[in-house]
Design a binder for this molecule. Structure first.
Ligand SMILES: Cc1cc2nc3c(=O)[nH]c(=O)nc-3n(C[C@H](O)[C@H](O)[C@H](O)COP(=O)(O)OP(=O)(O)OC[C@H]3O[C@@H](n4cnc5c(N)ncnc54)[C@H](O)[C@@H]3O)c2cc1C
Length: 465
């Protein structure tokens, strides 16, 4: 492999001696695996991958990158669609080996290291009947998801993942380890709750956990695409009055040839209401009855199931190995004419794996002051996500344009905001759109904690100094 080290050998040897984890170079076994992330479009070749065993390794890596003027990127779960976890020619600080989860069932708190995935967090918390709200695919990293805000099936009841963050340890650009909470380094604590990896590397997160499960009411109700406009209108009306414990997404997708789906809809476009009711099951049955009764569902797959199964329901559908490009926007309920646009565009999905998903947010998320954390756009009911997935690089341009054109048409009905976690590589204006009125304060914070912009492989907030 033609990657040459941009630093001299003796500096690397010295770094190696201070490092407890594994340092990978292009010819080492494990290098290709370590540079492979969820989005198969990302094929970058770092000079070094520092697989950290602990905080000391993170500090040594940050110091090494800074002193040698190396481009630095940070990888946790490796799921971010923008692919900022991996850099070309620089140093990847790989946190994936740092995977401990320490639960305190009495205090209902859980402390996790930054390599932990959502599935691992659920596994440990559910052993005690607890859960922290996070995303809907269990292989996603807790670290990246949290730093960008984080929402999932439980967020309408318990808020964003960051609303449940009690504290975090952060290694700053000058290699200092700071404990950030609402009592210490409050400004940093404000910034990492939504501001991504702009201010340092989080090496530990402490969350609140809540009593959830072990079973929830969840699954999907599938309708023919012929009824898509009616289903989306019904979804709009129904979710407007839904209790917090109900989270109901609407998705347009190609039905997979799965045994739980009738053969006649295999590989056809369908519209599905995908839901999770996390309160008492009997209560949930009453709440969702109108969803079961609406229209003529092809199949109703909603049933009581373990919360951990709900959390893994889309792991396969949204697994790694595909090319991905996302366009998303936060939206108010769409007027009828916008729903018609969505249905028209979604009628010709560019690949069988592509999905259009209307994610249901609001509830407790919206009750937090938008200035209380870096994450800004709280008072919106939905995120409209265009999620193309495909395999052939030759299709890149056509599919990316399709997604861009699609969003452009819907954006006239949308809010200006977007959630940081769902941004592809889209430039400074979109980063500003993600933070809205919180952006200037984030720049001030960047000036204080990372004026040289060492941490720039992210949705970058550029320092102004
Ligand atoms: C299939 C799939 C499903 C998803 N579902 C949801 C969902 O339901 N809800 C939701 O909110 N989001 C969801 N997301 C988006 C997800 O939250 C973001 O992509 C998030 O960045 C992934 O975090 P990661 O640790 O896996 O990714 P990585 O790619 O490893 O990290 C992303 C970026 O975060 C920064 N970073 C990561 N760890 C640290 C750290 N410890 N310190 C400092 N900076 C760090 C780095 O800049 C890095 O480039 C989903 C993504 C995918 C691919």
């Amino acid at each position: 492999m033609a990657v040459t080290s941009p630093v001299n050998e003796s500096a690397v040897t010295e770094f190696q001696e201070r490092f407890r984890g594994t340092l990978l170079r292009p010819d080492d076994e494990g290098y290709d695996e370590a540079r492979t992330i969820w989005n198969a479009m990302i094929d970058r070749e770092p000079a070094l991958i520092a697989q950290c065993a602990g905080v000391a390794d993170v500090i040594a890596s940050v110091t090494f990158a800074r002193e040698n003027d190396l481009l630095l990127s940070v990888k946790a779960g490796g799921h971010n669609v923008a692919g900022n976890a991996i850099c070309d020619g620089g140093l990847v600080i790989d946190l994936s080996p740092m995977r401990s989860v320490r639960i305190n069932p009495g205090a209902k708190t859980v402390r996790v290291e930054p390599g932990v995935t959502l599935g691992e967090l659920d596994h440990e918390t559910q052993a005690f009947g607890l859960a922290t709200p996070a995303g809907i695919v269990s292989t996603t990293g807790v670290a990246g998801l949290t730093l960008g805000g984080g929402w999932g099936w439980l967020s309408r009841t318990y808020g964003l993942t960051i609303d449940n963050l009690r504290s975090a340890d952060v290694v700053t650009a000058d290699g200092e380890l700071l404990h950030a909470s609402d009592k210490e380094h409050e400004d940093l604590f404000w910034g990492i709750r939504g501001g991504g990896g702009n201010f340092g590397i989080a090496t530990s997160f402490e969350f609140d956990a809540h009593e959830v499960g072990p079973e929830v009411l969840g699954g999907m109700i599938v309708h023919s695409f012929d009824d898509a406009a009616d289903v989306l209108r019904f979804h709009r009306e129904f979710t407007a009055g839904a209790p917090d414990d109900l989270c109901c997404y609407a998705a347009i997708l190609t039905a997979p040839p799965a045994p739980f789906l009738p053969v006649e809809i295999h590989e056809t476009t369908v519209v599905a209401l995908v839901l999770c009711y996390s309160g008492r099951i009997e209560e949930g049955e009453e709440v969702i009855q109108p969803l079961r009764e609406f229209g003529e569902p092809i199949v109703d797959l909603v049933e009581p199931l373990p919360f951990t199964a709900m959390q893994q329901m889309f792991d396969e559908e949204l697994g790694p190995g595909y090319r991905n490009y996302w366009k998303t926007q936060l939206i108010e309920p769409l007027p009828d004419e916008a729903i018609d646009i969505v249905v028209k565009r979604a009628g010709t999905l560019p690949s069988p794996e592509t999905q259009i998903v209307l994610e249901h947010i609001g509830g407790e998320i919206a009750r937090v002051d938008p200035a209380a954390t870096a994450y800004r756009h709280r008072n919106v009911p939905f995120s409209f996500n265009i999620l193309p997935r495909w395999t052939d690089p030759e299709d890149d341009d056509a599919i990316i344009s399709w997604a861009q054109e699609f969003l452009k048409e819907v954006a006239q009905y949308a809010t200006p905001g977007v959630a940081p976690n769902f941004l592809s590589l889209e430039g400074d204006e979109r980063v500003k759109a993600a933070y809205g009125a919180n952006y200037d304060r984030l720049v001030e914070l960047k000036n204080k904690y990372d004026p040289e912009n060492l941490f720039r492989m992210n949705q970058n907030i550029k320092p102004s100094v």
